[in-house]
Design a protein. Structure first.
Length: 186
């Protein structure tokens, strides 16, 4: 009985602190590798921010472009900032699944906005600038794929750990429920 209780308490404390005994298993990248990928993605975003700042979609509207480009530029700039903040938080705690998911979703949102804006630059502004922006986006594709794989591996690992923990908890509950009460009510 004491063993089961200690396992449950220890397991709960480990998971509550976001640390797992198998955090360094071969299925999930090591924290320093994740930080390296995040650094590269942050640097890429840092190179995109000045290009976003140079865009003038208000001028495109005068040339017949939809006003949505103005809003998309503002959204992309915000998403870039959100991504940088989220990536920084994840770098400090790379085993935290919720931070990894937030960072990934921010990255995907930024990529979506950029794809539309690059098309706008190509059509209403300077195709060479669009090519430069697309080049910066493309150079990060390997890091994006690595990060996507990390997120998938981390989620899979957490799922497996919770299944093991649940089975152990069920086993311990079974042992405890089969034990006869040791004495009459206190």
């Amino acid at each position: 009985m004491k063993t089961c209780l200690m396992l449950l308490v220890a397991g709960s404390m480990v998971y509550a602190m976001g640390q797992t005994p198998a955090a360094q298993s071969k299925g999930v990248e090591a924290p320093w590798d994740v930080r390296k990928t995040l650094d590269a993605l942050q640097a890429q975003t840092g190179r995109l921010k000045p290009l976003l700042a140079q865009m003038q979609p208000e001028q495109w509207v005068k040339a017949g472009a939809p006003y949505a480009y103005v809003q998309q530029k503002a959204t992309a700039a915000n998403e870039a900032d959100y991504f940088l903040t989220s990536a920084k938080r994840l770098a400090a705690d790379p085993d935290k699944l919720s931070l990894a998911m937030d960072t990934y979703f921010r990255m995907e949102a930024l990529d979506g906005e950029l794809a539309t804006l690059i098309a706008g630059v190509r059509k209403y502004d300077n195709p060479a600038t669009a090519d430069v922006m697309q080049g910066v986006v493309d150079e990060g594709s390997r890091n994006v794929a690595q990060f996507r794989q990390y997120l998938t591996d981390l989620a899979s690992q957490r799922e497996q750990e919770y299944q093991v923990m649940d089975r152990e908890a069920q086993r311990c509950r079974g042992i405890l429920s089969r034990q006869a009460p040791s004495g009459k009510g206190k």
